[in-house]
Structure formats: C-alpha cells, structure tokens
Design a protein around this ligand. Sequence first.
Ligand code: NDP
Length: 245
Amino acid sequence: MSGKVALVTGSSRGIGRAIALRLAADGCQVVVNYRAGADAAAEVVGSIEAAGGMAIAVQADVTDAAAVESLIGQTLERFGRLDVLVNNAGVTRDGLLMRMKDEDWDMVIATNLRSVFLASRAVLRPMMRQRGGRIVSITSISGLSGNAGQCNYAAAKAGIVGFTRSLAKEAGARGITVNAVAPGYVPTDLTSDLPQTLLDEAVKATPLGRLGTAEDIAAAVSFLASDDAAFITGQVLRVDGGMVF
Ligand code: NDP
C-alpha cells in the first residue's frame, strides 16, 4: 500500500492505534486522529516513525462537522490525497434503557454513528477525484445481535451496517468500496469496566476460545483496505472467533 494515505479516527488508543500501526506497516502514510489524548497520539506517531513509516497526529472531535471538515482538509493539505478512511472512534455509555439518560443516548449516537456520516461524506469528493478509495467502519457484534445494557451502542453500530450497505451502492460506480468490521470483545480501555464474569462467558461462547486482540481487528481492516479486497463492498466482516452470541 506504498504511497497510499490512510486516516484512522480515534487512533490514539486501543483498536484504532493497532489499525494505524498496521496500515503504516503496510506502507501507508497515516493520519492519527484523537479527541483528547494528545500524548497518546504523539506516541503512536513516534512508533510509526521509529519503524520507518510516516504519520501525523491531528486533533478533531469527530462529532463536530466543522472539525471533521478541518481534519480531512489537513490530511489533503499535508499528503495531497486520501485513499483509506477508517471510521474507528467510538464510546460506550452502557445502562438499561429504563434508566438511560438523554445525554448517554445522544453522545453514543453522535460519536459512533454521526461521525461515520460526517467523515464518510467529507472524503467522498477527494476519493471520487482519485477514482477510488476505501471506507472501513468499525461496527460491533452488539450491532448485529443486540446486547442488554447497550440499546444506544447497538443502535449506533446497527446504523453503521445500514449506512455501509447504502453507501456501497452509491459509491461503487466511483471505485470506492465501503465495508465494516464487527469485532467481538477486545480488551481495551473501552471494555476495562466490564465484569470478568462477562468476559469469561464471552470466551466460553467463542469456538476459538479466547478474546480478540486489537491486532486481529487491524488485520481485517488491512485486508479490506488493500487492493486484494477490490471486489468486496457493502460487507460486514465479523472478527469474533466465531462467537455464538
Ligand atoms: P478505546 O476507548 O480504547 O479508544 C477509543 C478511541 O476513540 C480513542 O483513540 C479516543 O480518543 C477516540 N475517540 C473517542 N471519542 C472521540 C471523538 N469524539 N473524536 C475523536 N476521537 C474520539 O476504544 P476501542 O479501541 O476499544 O474501540 C475502537 C472501536 O472499536 C470503537 O468504535 C468501538 O465501538 C469498537 N469496538 C470495540 C470493541 C471492544 O471490545 N473493544 C468491540 C467491538 C467494537 P481520545 O483518547 O483522544 O479520547
């Protein structure tokens, strides 16, 4: 993927960090986006540079339309092109629906779904000019199967699935593929509050007998972003060890 430019939202930590490192190892120049973690984002850029790659960190809150426009603008200004968008930034605000606060619903929908709309819309023009591109969004098995305590998160993640299938139909004629990756449980800051019993249950329900790693997810994104995936669009690739959920 040498010469290609990839933007990974929310890549200062966790799965996004692993995706940024993997795409850089694949040869991409990488834009590491973050909201608050400037030091963590600088560390990711440093790791990419230490391995001989090229990256920059750009702060932008992906729920904010103007900030997203500026993020894409800075990417184009710095690298002159944009080949791969990975919509990875995400948050949880779990709780049973009966007690869910309006702000917990709104924040999760804004961060996990509105961001995908804003960033994908903003990259379409440059990708059309280049006659091709790759959009890969991180959904979740929660969005496919539902999960008690995650009505907001599952709704946002299921929204990504419908969005992906629709945009794939709109953008295919322009050589732009649009796919999603649905991880099972992956130990990161996002899952650090989950009770150990729930993670043990998850492992028990997983034929491959372990939790996922951020690198497992990054490998799937790397494939969907590559030339080898040129004829794959509108798909949701589960990366969950075969979990029966
Ligand atoms: P983490 O909490 O470890 O990392 C979240 C990342 O998103 C951070 O880099 C954070 O930046 C960034 N971020 C959050 N809000 C914003 C915002 N408004 N604007 C820009 N960046 C933002 O999460 P994970 O790595 O676990 O999750 C990554 C993705 O994978 C999410 O979409 C999540 O829903 C999905 N996923 C995760 C699973 C898991 O088990 N971990 C399972 C299934 C899906 P900062 O540090 O600056 O706050």
